[in-house]
Structure formats: C-alpha cells, structure tokens
Design a binder for this molecule. Structure first.
Ligand code: ADP
Ligand code: TMP
Ligand code: ASP
Length: 238
C-alpha cells in the first residue's frame, strides 16, 4: 500500500473510511526546510505520544481538532481535512527567525503574544505573509483569518499555562488548520503539536527541550523529548 502523502516527518495513509486518515510519525528529523536531515530512533513514538496528549487536552478545553484516537505507538487516526495553506505561529519570547529578522536578542519576552502567518510552501521556504496577502492569495477569508488568530491565541493560553505547570516555558509554536471533509464549513486544528514545532525551554535552567537541539547541534534531542513527555504525563496524572 502507498501512503496518500509522505512528508518530512509523517506519512498520511488512507483508511476504509474516506473521511479518516491514519497519520504515522516517522523517526526522521529535518531542519531549515529539509536542508539538514537525520534519523532519531524513537522520535516517531515520542512525538506521537506528546501530540496525542496535547490534542486530547485541547479537545477537553473545547478546541476542535482532527484527533480521533491513537492507534498504536506511532500512529493516530485523524479526520481528513483540507489543510489551509497558512501556517500560524505564536510567539511569547523572541527566538529563531524573529531574532534573525529584527536583531532583537533571544529570550526577550513580548508584552503580548505575536501572531504570525506563513505561506505553507516548501518550494518558497514558507515565507512570512500578512492579512492582506492572505486575502489576495485567497488562502482564507478575513472571517476565517480572525478565527485562526483567536484559536491560536486560545491554544497559546491553554498550552502556555499547561507547560508552565510542567516546568517548561512555551516560547513559540506553529499550528496548521484544516477544513474537515466531513464538515467543510468548519475549521479544526490539524497536523501535530510536538517539540518539533514548538520551542520549549526549561523554566529553571533555560535548557532547550525542543528541535533547536538538532538545529544547533546541541545533542541530546531524544532525551529532551523523553523528558518533555515524562513531564506532560506526570502533570496530567497529578
Ligand atoms: P511536511 O509536509 O511539512 O513535510 P509532515 O511530514 O508532517 O510535513 O506531513 C504531514 C502532512 O499532512 C502535512 O503536509 C500536513 O499539512 C498534512 N496534514 C496534517 N493533518 C492532516 C489531516 N488531518 N488531513 C490531511 N492532511 C493533514
Ligand atoms: P521560527 O522562529 O523558525 O520562525 O519558528 C517559529 C516556531 O515555528 C518554532 O517553534 C518552530 C516552528 N516551525 C515549524 O514547526 N515548522 C517550520 O517550518 C518552521 C520554520 C518553524
Ligand atoms: N520544519 C522545517 C523543516 O523540517 C524547518 C524547521 O523546523 O527548522 O525543514
């Protein structure tokens, strides 16, 4: 059987139900738009476990997502959606491309979260776009965009508070949204939420607990993800 789609970190498989997909997390890690590549044993399992726990938490808090159920260690059943070609990034502290773009030092907290939009296009390197681009490119209507912004800020509030209880600072993260095939007039959170697409810093030590360890060759990527999963589990059990 062939996957419907194979990306850098996941494979999407068809199921017997045309409205559902099987999302398989791979052990591959990439950075800088796929320029840097490596394979980490167990990464698929860790990201799958973290993402499932986060999506279940968000569902309980009233955020609609594509999550249906975890199938096994590396696979999740999700609602099939048409992904919006807009990636939504929320930033609480200066890091990554924000620092590169502005020259502002890493770690400066913002007075309010920054919401950023990128055009989801690997060929173009996911460029930064704004509301006017999104309207003219017909990526989303102004009403949908307002919804994305609101949903992203709600996710930021919920996850920022949750990760703080885990002793982690939610520095920034990327979200993807889609329209379910079964209900195309609605928008749900899709893809994954894991340390691949978030920056998480230890609240005490500032240690990087996310994919920046790979981007910057800091080592210890899987021990950091394992630690994040352990803290999430302990907090949910508390
Ligand atoms: P990439 O495409 O960036 O290399 P991945 O390896 O994570 O990323 O591949 C997963 C792909 O599946 C992404 O393009 C993502 O937008 C898409 N996707 C995520 N959730 C769903 C869903 N519920 N339905 C359809 N497509 C999805
Ligand atoms: P950035 O600082 O590189 O723009 O990244 C901001 C956040 O978005 C960071 O937590 C990592 C995440 N991200 C992805 O998930 N995928 C991407 O392709 C990029 C560029 C960032
Ligand atoms: N997600 C992109 C990649 O996999 C960029 C990054 O995360 O640094 O190449």
């Amino acid at each position: 059987m062939q996957p419907l789609y194979e990306g850098k970190a996941k494979r999407m498989w068809p199921t017997d139900d045309p409205q559902l997909l099987r999302m398989e997390f791979k052990n591959d890690a990439t950075a800088f738009n796929g320029e840097k590549k490596a394979v980490f044993e167990d990464k698929g399992r860790l990201n799958c476990a973290i993402s499932c726990l986060i999506y279940q938490l968000l569902e309980r808090e009233g955020v609609p997502t594509h999550f249906v159920r975890q199938i096994d260690a590396t696979q999740v059943e999700v609602r099939k959606v048409r992904i919006l070609m807009v990636e939504v990034i929320v930033r609480n502290l200066a890091a990554g491309s924000f620092c590169k773009r502005t020259g502002i030092e890493e770690g400066r907290p913002f007075t309010r979260p920054i919401v950023e939009f990128c055009y989801k296009s690997d060929a173009l390197g996911d460029p930064l776009i704004n509301d006017d681009y999104i309207r003219e490119m017909e990526l989303a209507t102004p009403e949908e965009l307002a919804h994305l912004r609101g949903a992203a800020l709600k996710v930021n509030d919920l996850l920022g508070a949750f990760f703080a209880k885990c002793g982690l600072r939610l520095v920034d993260f990327k979200l993807e949204f889609g329209r379910p095939e079964s209900a195309p007039s609605t928008i749900v959170l899709a893809d994954e939420i894991s340390p691949d697409g978030c920056r998480l810093w230890d609240l005490q030590t500032g240690e990087r607990m996310d994919k920046d360890r790979f981007r910057r060759d800091l080592g210890g990527l899987m021990p950091a993800y394992e630690e994040v999963l352990g803290r999430i589990r302990r907090q949910l059990d508390a």
